[in-house]
Design a protein around this ligand. Structure first.
Ligand code: NAD
Ligand code: UDP
Length: 339
């Protein structure tokens, strides 16, 4: 039994990764403080996979508790999703972000040292790059985040680099995600943001299902083909799969890697809205508004390093992402708790 601690395992990407881990013979053990998720999400993973799933309500900043859990389950690796992720919120309360994301990761790594767990997969983000000097971003692009959330991700990357250089840990995978959307094809699990969604796709889906009247498009005067922002959207199941491949690589070839996870293609806001309308058969009314403060016009990934090092490439396209997002949203119009 290859036991893997999954911090933040009740969240959007964490639940999908638990499903993929179980399918590939790993046993996930979840730790989550449920600050942005609910135990109901884990019940769905149990139902969907027909597996028992061990979970603990705990904070990654509780070093002693995490050490105890790692030792109890004899975990061979940690996949670390736990943290806060809303860019705008990070500008308003930076100390909470440094605490959850940087101090939280420091605490977790200390627990791993104490327990003798030596393999670590970290959720980083394309936001570490900042304003593009060139596109697509490669992993060697300058790192210059423009908001506190991105600074916390970069701080952790630097902490991991120093830890690897010290010989304290050898097997580290830093995964820089682009824009995950979609859901498991069953519609059983998906993204369930608390309050008003910050991200485009959950907002679009909530408009389509009738929870919100219209999408505000943040700017249509960018230097992009249709004037709206361009991102590299990837299916969350493709993203989840990359975590399993990172663990499999550690078995084959120990060492530290950093890879972009994206499709390599940019999609504009208007393109995403029309793909979603086609997939759902619903109209998504839009209003054009001003640009969102701090937004970058366009960016997308060069994912070739992920293919070379992990054998990973995105398999799903935009139509699949929209179809599966709609399966989740239409079956669970109010998310997990009120489904
Ligand atoms: P999410 O909010 O759905 O999941 C994070 C989980 O961590 C939640 O279940 C939350 O309750 C838990 N958590 C937060 N702080 C914790 C703490 N101190 N102790 C224990 N649990 C805690 O977010 P997600 O979209 O699944 O993202 C997972 C990771 O991927 C995050 O680190 C995020 O920064 C990173 N990431 C996400 C995206 C994205 O677009 N979703 C993009 C790039 C990177
Ligand atoms: N966006 C939008 N309306 C929204 C949310 C997002 O027009 O309600 C745009 C945003 O300006 C960006 C794109 O959609 O161009 C993706 O935004 P998201 O927040 O999902 O991802 P991020 O900007 O963090 O990459």
């Amino acid at each position: 039994m290859k036991q893997v601690l999954v911090t933040g395992g009740a969240g959007y990407i964490g639940t999908h990764t638990c499903v993929e881990l179980l399918a590939r013979g790993y046993t996930p053990v979840v730790v989550d403080n449920f600050v942005n998720s609910s135990p109901a999400a884990l019940d769905r993973v149990r139902r969907l996979t027909n597996h028992e799933l061990r979970s603990y309500e705990a904070d990654v900043r509780d070093t002693a508790r995490i050490t105890e859990i790692l030792k109890k389950h004899d975990c061979e690796a940690v996949i670390h999703f736990a943290g806060l992720k809303a860019v705008g919120d990070s500008v308003a309360r930076p100390l909470d972000y440094y605490s959850a994301n940087v101090i939280g990761t420091h605490s977790l790594l200390s627990a791993m040292m104490e327990a003798g767990t030596g393999r670590f997969v970290f959720s980083s983000s394309a936001t570490v790059y900042g304003e593009p000097e060139f596109l697509p971003y490669t992993e060697s692009h300058r790192l210059s985040p423009t908001n506190p959330y991105g600074q916390t991700k970069l701080s952790v990357e630097l902490m991991l680099k120093d830890l690897v250089e010290s010989g304290g840990m050898t097997d580290v995978a830093i995964l820089r995600y682009f824009n995950p959307i979609g859901a498991h094809a069953s519609g059983e699990i998906g993204e369930d943001p608390h309050g008003v969604p910050n991200n485009l796709m959950p907002f679009v889906a909530q408009v389509a299902v009738g929870r919100r009247p219209a999408l505000n498009v943040f700017g249509n005067d960018y230097d992009t083909p249709d004037g709206t922002g361009v991102r590299d959207y990837l299916h969350v199941v493709d993203l989840a799969r990359a975590h399993v491949l990172a663990l499999e690589r550690f078995e084959r070839e120990p060492g530290a890697i950093t890879v972009n996870l994206g499709t390599g293609h940019g999609t504009s806001v208007l393109e995403l809205v029309s793909a979603f309308e086609a997939a759902s058969g619903r109209k998504v009314p839009i209003n054009f508004g001003p640009r969102r403060c701090g937004d970058i016009a366009a960016f997308w990934a060069d994912p070739s390093q992920a293919e070379a090092l992990l054998g990973w490439r995105a398999e799903y396209g935009l139509a699949d992402m929209c179809r599966d997002q709609w399966a989740w949203q239409s079956q669970n119009p109010n998310g997990f708790e009120l489904a």
